[in-house]
Design a protein around this ligand. Structure first.
Ligand code: ARG
Ligand code: ZN
Length: 827
């Protein structure tokens, strides 16, 4: 059944207060809920799924009613009243990991988006906000819920959350946990107890997450003027979690891999992700919790904004240029792909069957880009005023994108009607740039295939590489517009879409020489990198299509950057990264060429070989150890990234000899994994892989890498995957392990798309199996099939057949059926 934005109606009643009591038991947990409703007529409809109703009272008098499959309809007094329900649920059997479930012997919850209805009968929608009081009774030593602790005794604890919140922010945790604790004093002088709760033995792995949390709290005060608002902030790490983390009020619950880290167990990328996710969930306290969403169509209101804020934070903590390049790499890989296929949807969708399917790259990452554009268009100072107004006007409310845009209109006097299209139209806009030069005037003509407001940041360089016009944001609002730059002494080279100022596909006819020039001279670091990237993509495409050899121009231009010791090593490492096979496949398809995965794979390997050959003399220096004691900071991480890129290239020349030495000497996971990857690529990884497995067999988070790496670097990925699912440590009900294996299978482009169809078949088999236990993760992983239409008829037919097989699976979930249906073209 389709839910539509146009059908929104407010809830019948207000909820004044909620008091809950949990008597926890794995097979039979009792949940008593007392809800004080305001007056709202005589018909009340509550959501509820899989609940055994034991008792029902209105103002203390027993009432009888029979729930249906999705909830409970009641006749209630036409005045304020108290509804009391008692239900029984079985967390131990909850493999969907939504609602109250168990992970490694502990109780935990995940309620966003609609999990609370699996805990009790309630108006489970974000626009119903109420203060909660929670009592937990259990033998577990640590009992946590939202808000401030209010009382506790042996076998029980009570929590009080004074801030009205929607049910999706409810959380409860009970387990044998230990805390890594600290304190923080807010700018308002509030003393806050900070705790990261983990399983005994993991407490020495929390220091980086705690440090990230404190830096996030300070940053939100300094940059957005937002202070924390409770006396305690708890984070819990759980091993079985469908997503990255969840911003429950005062009680964030995290996938343990985004909390636990030591230099020996986590890569630099893991550290950066922990910092970003800790910040993201913390920032939700204001953008999501204090101001929430009216309905789930408005999801980007909190997610786009909070991703934008965590990106700003990481940029401030690290290198802004490097962060921007990394964010655009992810955006293009995931969101552009999504926008180009059958799963394309607007940043604010207007219809869905299962809301869990809309926690997407479009809502999150494109949602963040839209905010970045807004900031670019109104300017930093006006952005600050608009955000102040947003917090002042909407604190405590459940809002819409219209509310958000109105704040900007009121703060700036600007009409955002046209801008709003970014929220309502799917697809990646194409912007074409043409240039002309006459009598000292340079004219840039921009055109678009739609009718959006597109901020295009442009700077001009003179032929010597000096910047003659600093960055200026041009506003493309019409189908075609020309922008003049007068008084130039020589024809300039234009650097267009600096900083990736809008999430568009830029088409700018330019020679390879011009791009090599920008790679060497652009003063905008993003465009400097992107010039190299577009050159690399063009070279690789020509290698695939025409069988060309990699051009000397590209090799020389790249060598120039990579061997320039004056440049940030992180930037050099990013420049060395070759375009992904999937990215080339999408680019070829968009250019009207049917991508051949085997040719793409072979060409990319040949490209790397040629690069290794070209850099031969410099690689020895580049693989030298990174000096100084280990630190997770951006400087050292960048140096290690460059070292590992160089090691991968060197392995093509020395058969992995140096990589084996680095592997044997590694004292941190970045280098251990980097060296192992290089060895696997060189076909020399058997011994190292075994050593890695022996060393880390008791560490779930590290062993995920062991599974992933061998599939990612396999020649025949489906065969390797089929063998690994027989491994005793392959626990398919654990989402991290399932993703480690099947995420790697679909990320191995040539392997997944093998012409014998074995990749497609294996993934479909396991999606069907997982769907019966955990629909949310199964649906998410099915997205691997969304690139179907790019490929040749044989592959398309095989993928379509697998989607059909999924659609015909008995008992298929709404989650997976919506996804497979959309990809099969049935929706
Ligand atoms: N709000 C969480 C976050 O972005 C994600 C929750 C996703 N939940 C889901 N059911 N898809 O931090
Ligand atoms: Zn979020």
């Amino acid at each position: 059944e389709t839910v539509r934005l146009a059908d929104y109606t407010p809830f019948s009643h207000s909820v004044e207060h909620v008091a809950m009591t949990f008597r926890l038991a794995p097979e039979a947990t009792r949940v008593t809920t007392r809800i004080r409703f305001g007056a709202g007529g005589t018909a009340l409809r509550l959501d509820g799924e899989g609940l055994r109703l034991l008792a029902l009272r209105i103002d203390g008098a027993a009432v009888s009613a029979e729930p249906d499959a999705t909830g409970l309809s009641l006749t209630v007094p036409d005045r304020a009243f108290v509804l009391e329900t008692e239900v029984e649920i079985a967390p131990a059997g909850n493999t969907a990991l939504e609602g109250l479930y168990m992970s490694g012997g502990m109780y935990c919850t995940q309620c966003e988006a609609e999990g609370f209805r699996k805990i009790t009968f309630y108006p489970d929608r974000p626009d119903v906000m109420a203060p909660f009081h929670v009592r937990i009774e259990s033998e577990m030593p640590v009992l946590l819920s939202n808000g401030n602790p209010s009382a506790q005794g042996p076998g029980w604890a009570e929590w009080d959350d004074p801030w009205p919140k929607p049910s999706y922010l409810f959380a409860l945790v009970a387990g044998d946990l230990v805390a890594h604790s600290d304190r923080f004093t807010t700018m308002e002088g509030r003393d806050v107890a900070l705790n990261i709760w983990v399983r005994p033995g993991d407490e020495d792995r929390c220091a980086y997450a705690m440090d990230s949390l404190k830096r996030s709290m300070r940053w939100d005060e300094e940059v957005y003027g937002r202070a924390y608002d409770l006396s305690v902030f708890n984070i819990v790490a759980v091993d079985d979690f469908n997503m990255g983390a969840m911003e429950n009020k005062g009680l964030n619950i995290f996938n343990s891999k985004y909390v636990l880290a030591l230099p020996q167990t986590a890569t630099d990328e893991d550290f950066a992700r922990i910092e970003a996710i800790i910040a993201h969930e913390y920032f939700h306290n204001w953008t999501g919790n204090r101001i929430t969403c009216r309905d789930w169509f408005q999801l980007c209101l909190k997610e786009g904004l909070t991703v934008f804020r965590d990106q700003q934070f990481s940029a401030d903590m690290r290198s802004a240029a490097v962060k921007r390049i990394e964010d655009v790499l992810t955006l293009r890989a995931r969101q552009f792909r999504e926008d180009a296929g059958p799963l394309a949807h607007p940043v604010r969708p207007d219809a869905y069957e299962e809301i869990n399917n809309f926690y997407t790259a479009t809502v999150y990452e494109k949602g963040a880009e839209v905010i970045g554009m807004l900031k670019r268009l109104v300017g930093d100072e006006a952005y600050g005023r608009a955000l102040d107004l947003y917090f002042e006007r909407h604190d405590g409310q459940a809002c819409t994108i219209e509310d958000w845009l109105r704040v900007f209109e009121d703060a700036t006097g600007r009409d955002l009607t046209q801008f709003a299209r970014w929220y309502t139209e799917a697809g990646t806009p194409r912007v074409t740039a043409e240039e002309s030069w006459e009598g000292g005037t340079f004219t840039l003509t921009l055109s678009q295939d739609g009718a959006k407001v597109i901020p295009v940041a442009v700077g001009l360089l003179d032929p010597s590489g000096q910047e003659v016009r600093p960055t200026e944001v041009l506003e493309l609002t019409e189908a075609r517009q020309s922008f003049r730059f007068d008084g130039l002494a020589a024809r300039p080279v234009a650097s267009v879409l600096r900083g990736f100022s809008a999430p568009v596909l830029l088409e700018k006819p330019s020679s390879a020489e011009e791009r090599a020039f920008l790679l060497a001279h652009d003063t905008d670091p993003f465009n400097r990198w992107d010039a190299g990237r577009s050159l690399a993509k063009e070279v690789l495409s020509q290698m695939v299509v025409r069988g060309d050899a990699p051009s000397a121009l590209w090799l020389d231009a790249l060598a120039e950057v990579v061997l320039d010791g004056g440049l940030d090593p992180a930037f050099r490492a990013l420049t060395l990264r070759l375009p992904a096979e999937d990215d080339i496949a999408r680019t070829l398809h968009e250019a009207g060429v049917t991508p051949d995965p085997d040719r793409i794979h072979a060409a990319r390997r040949a490209m790397g070989d040629a690069l290794a050959e070209r850099l031969r003399d410099g690689l020895g220096d580049l693989v030298a150890p990174v000096p100084g004691p280990w630190s997770p900071d951006a400087g050292q991480a960048g140096a290690r990234a460059l070292r590992m890129q160089a090691l991968g290239l060197l392995s093509r020349l020395d058969g992995g000899a140096e990589a084996q030495r680095v592997f044997d000497a590694a004292d941190n996971m970045t280098e251990e994994v980097g060296a192992l990857s290089a060895l696997l690529d060189a076909g020399a990884g058997v011994a190292a892989l075994r050593a890695f497995g022996d060393r880390w067999q008791h560490d779930r988070i590290v062993m995920d890498k062991w599974f992933t790496l061998q599939i990612l670097h396999a020649g025949d990925a489906p065969a390797v995957t089929a063998a690994l699912v027989e491994h005793p440590l392959f626990d398919w009900k654990n989402p991290n392990r399932f993703r480690a294996v099947f995420g790697a299978l679909s990320a191995n482009h040539a392997g997944f798309h093998r012409i014998d169809g074995s990749g497609y078949r294996l993934l479909a088999d396991w999606l069907i199996r997982l769907d019966a236990a955990n629909p949310q993760t199964a649906a998410r992983m099915s997205q691997a099939f969304d690139s179907m239409s790019r490929y040749d008829a044989d592959r398309q037919a095989m993928m379509a057949a697998e989607l059909e097989r999924i659609l015909n699976a008995p008992g298929l979930s709404r989650d997976l059926s919506e996804m497979a249906g959309r990809m099969a073209g049935r929706r």
